[in-house]
Design a protein around this ligand. Structure first.
Ligand SMILES: [Zn+2]
Length: 289
């Protein structure tokens, strides 16, 4: 596995080094939380002879792998920076800070407290592969409000770093407990688009799999990727980065997973319209080789 690069020089999915690069800005809310940067206006008072005056934002690069099509932010945040970005995620302080930079976020907040309706369709898609009441591990499942098979399971385990209260019937588990169980389904939804080292993250989940376990990984199928199928010229079109620092093509997901020795069983593409993602999700069902 490629070493952790804090400014990526290799693809986060296939480890290739043919990356197209284009300048972009890191949105102020993220720049503020991660780096402590505030947008600033460079004025004549600065006395800088060779720089033009105007607004300065945190600069970054959009990178697109020319082998698998993965499109991602060049910065790969450290664990500490990630913790700063997601500290008390969506609590009142977080929301207020974010609304200061992004007034439209106020309309999104109420949606996070409801279960997303499209999950019924994901369950219907998965059901033929699973027992009637599956044993489920939700990796990064937060409260469990959006856990798959929440209403129809033999057990529902949640592995999540946050200490939030869980929905009734769900149980929080650590690595040791995970190793003592046989799961029918391991899920990780709406996580891999946020993390700096997605392959490393999926690798950490592998000990939870037995030969009969299925793993369901879900990410947004972002509009930019969807609207330019197969394009390797997306970097100049991606001018800003926010919480989603990785945009996956189907090929990129496949390459990431196959490098870990996983076999793709099926791929789901589902239109969705909920507060936190509008457009389409891509779900990939895999098992051990
Ligand atoms: Zn790649």
């Amino acid at each position: 596995m490629v070493n952790r690069e804090l400014i990526a020089r290799h693809c986060i999915c296939c480890a290739g080094d043919r990356l197209d690069k284009s300048a972009a800005v890191l949105m102020p809310f993220v720049a503020q939380r991660v780096f402590g940067h505030e947008p600033v206006e460079i004025t004549a008072d600065w006395g800088l002879r060779d720089l033009r005056q105007g607004m300065a934002y945190t600069l970054c690069n959009s990178l697109q792998c020319q082998d698998c099509g993965a499109l991602f932010l060049d910065y790969r945040f450290t664990d500490e920076q990630m913790a700063a970005l997601y500290h008390n995620y969506r609590d009142d302080v977080y929301n207020a800070q974010r609304i200061r930079f992004e007034p439209g976020y106020a309309n999104v907040v109420p949606h996070y407290h409801q279960r997303a309706a499209y999950l019924d369709e994901v369950e219907a898609w998965l059901a033929p592969h699973l027992p009637e009441a599956p044993a489920v591990l939700d990796w990064g499942g937060d409260t469990g409000i959006n856990s798959l098979f929440r209403e129809r399971n033999r057990l529902l385990h949640i592995h999540d770093i946050s200490g939030v209260d869980l929905v009734p019937g769900a149980e929080r588990v650590d690595f040791e407990r995970i190793g003592q169980n046989q799961y029918d389904l391991v899920t990780c939804s709406q996580v891999l688009e946020h993390v700096s080292f997605p392959q490393e993250m999926v690798a950490r989940m592998l000990p939870a799999l037995s030969p009969n376990t299925l793993m369901y990984l879900e990410v947004p199928h972002e509009a930019l990727v969807r609207e330019h199928p197969g394009s390797l010229e997306l970097a100049p079109l991606k001018r800003h980065w926010h919480e989603h620092i990785n945009f996956y093509s189907e090929d990129a997901m496949r390459r990431l997973l196959e490098r870990l020795g996983l076999v793709v069983v099926d791929v789901l593409r589902l239109p969705v319209d909920v507060g936190w993602t509008r457009g389409e999700v891509m779900g990939v069902l895999v098992r051990l080789a």
